[in-house]
Design a protein around this ligand. Structure first.
Ligand code: SAH
Ligand code: SF4
Ligand code: F3S
Length: 449
């Protein structure tokens, strides 16, 4: 009998990938994914711990689930409620204490064990908690992917040894681990066989990748990209998230040489002030970032850049903030994410003196976001009149439109009747851009299909 599985995902792309793999792991037990929690046999909340309020949001979602779980129990059936991901790792025991009806709490390195954890839940009364960092990586025990879209994620590296002073990831994901090249190539080939045309390689520090190569030596990300570019029918390659410290020449060269490697890079810099970068333990200076961007642009002149910024880190002065604004003006970003510093218990920055007042953080964030929005709008407007290859997807399609992305990650909409949609999906077609908005483009096919 098919059972109903509902997964809700917060956080980064790695969590999106993990949620897909969890569905693969439980598929042999008869669980089929559903968009609704109501009447589900298994609900998994895959959570993120990166900024405050994540756990409060989780507790209120869990509260809303309780009546659904009770309604199912009233019918003599069981809804297993599970919390996964980074909040589970960080606050597992607290979740079980506050929400005793949560059956299962498990961390990001344990989900290959879901079948046995579910069996334990069904067998025993009382919740199951598993926040191990197993010595054996989970990747070896995961089944093959069941389905894949036109654009798919592929985790190649996980965990982080960098310990930026504000960040929880090294504690929730554990130490850096890189998958062997052969396993990655096999997974990529399988995705392509299933219809995937674009693969985004994922890792918390994807450019720190050092997987065992086909020749037994450690391969870096650059070499992996060259290898994946040999797969026929794989039209596009991307990778995220990178750290400036690991942006090596081989990877930069790959941007010059590999046509499938898209001219877009998400490279978080966090701040433009050297004093703040040092306090953050980033181990690079603002000028190092400028130099990396120069090298990237020399290798691939049209490369579009994206980044992450934190405003209001402890001790950040007006001059530090001005240095961030200056860096943004100097570089020119195609898009970026910016956040107010959020104090995370247990991280070194949480205990630093001179925490910044909320209203100062708000003002700095607004100033930075205004500049970033202007840059993004200008970048999108610079596309008007150009013809760009757009890879069409079947996700998020509006009525009467098809959706795809340019090489620079811009969401692009083209008018097409619903009946014609299937002909677009999975194709990379030239689109003449006719209009730009702050976060999307629209256009018309350069040649009809
Ligand atoms: N591994 C990546 C991204 C990690 S988390 C990297 O090294 O860049 C994604 C982003 O969340 C970070 O780049 C950072 O900008 C932001 N972030 C992480 N911890 C934060 C905190 N405590 N407060 C505010 N933003 C934070
Ligand atoms: Fe967090 Fe820094 Fe590691 Fe990125 S590099 S995951 S920001 S500790
Ligand atoms: Fe969040 Fe964990 Fe990703 S804290 S950003 S889900 S690694």
């Amino acid at each position: 009998m098919t059972k109903k599985l509902h997964i809700k995902t917060w956080g980064c792309q790695m969590n999106v990938y993990d949620s897909g793999r969890m569905a693969d792991v439980v598929a042999p037990l008869g669980y089929a994914p559903s968009d609704e929690a109501e009447d589900a046999d298994l609900v998994i909340f895959n959570t993120c711990h990166i900024r405050e309020k994540a756990s409060e949001k989780l507790f209120s979602e869990l509260g809303r689930l309780r009546p659904l779980q009770q309604a199912k129990a009233a019918k003599g059936e069981r809804m297993i409620v599970a919390v996964a991901g980074c909040v589970a790792q960080a606050e597992g025991a607290e979740i079980q204490r506050r929400m005793p009806y949560v059956d299962l709490v498990f961390g990001p390195q344990t989900y290959h064990k879901l079948p046995e954890m579910i069996a334990r839940v069904l067998r025993e009364s009382g919740g199951v908690l598993n926040t191990d960092f197993p010595v054996e990586p989970k990747f070896d025990s995961l089944p093959q992917q069941q389905k894949s879209g036109v654009s798919a994620f592929l985790s190649v590296q996980e965990g982080c040894n960098k310990f930026c002073t504000y960040c929880v990831v090294p504690y929730t994901r554990g130490a850096e681990y890189s998958r062997p090249i052969a396993a990655i190539v096999a997974e990529a080939e399988r995705l392509v066989e299933n219809g995937t045309r674009e693969i985004t390689l994922l890792g918390q520090n994807v450019n720190a990748f050092h997987g065992e190569g086909e020749d037994g030596a450690a391969w870096g990300l650059g070499r992996l990209l060259y290898r994946l570019a040999e797969i026929p029918d794989l039209k596009r390659l991307r990778y995220m998230t990178s750290h400036p410290r690991n942006m090596d020449d081989e990877t930069i060269k790959a941007h010059r040489d590999i046509p499938q490697l898209m001219p877009f890079l998400h490279l978080p810099v966090q701040s433009g002030s050297d004093a703040i970068l040092e306090a953050m333990n980033r181990k690079h200076k603002a000028d190092d970032f400028r130099r990396i961007v120069d090298k990237l642009r020399a290798a691939r002149p049209d490369i579009a850049l994206s980044s992450d910024f934190i405003v209001g880190f402890p001790n950040e002065s007006d001059a530090d903030h001005a240095a961030t604004m200056q860096l943004v003006s100097d570089i020119g970003f195609a898009q970026a994410f910016s956040f107010k510093y959020s104090r995370r218990p247990g991280t070194p920055a949480a205990a630093m003196p001179n925490q910044i007042a909320e209203d100062v953080k708000d003002a700095r964030l607004q100033e930075l976001q205004n500049l970033l929005r202007r840059q993004q709008t200008a970048f999108n407007e610079s596309m008007i009149g150009k013809t760009l290859p757009v890879l069409f997807d079947d996700d998020g399609t509006h009525e009467g439109q098809v959706f795809g992305r340019t090489p620079f990650m811009q969401s692009t909409y083209v008018a097409a009747p619903a009946a014609a949609r299937a002909r677009f999906v999975g194709q990379e077609l030239n689109v003449k851009i006719t209009a730009a908005r702050p976060s999307s483009l629209s256009g018309a096919l350069a040649v009809g299909i």
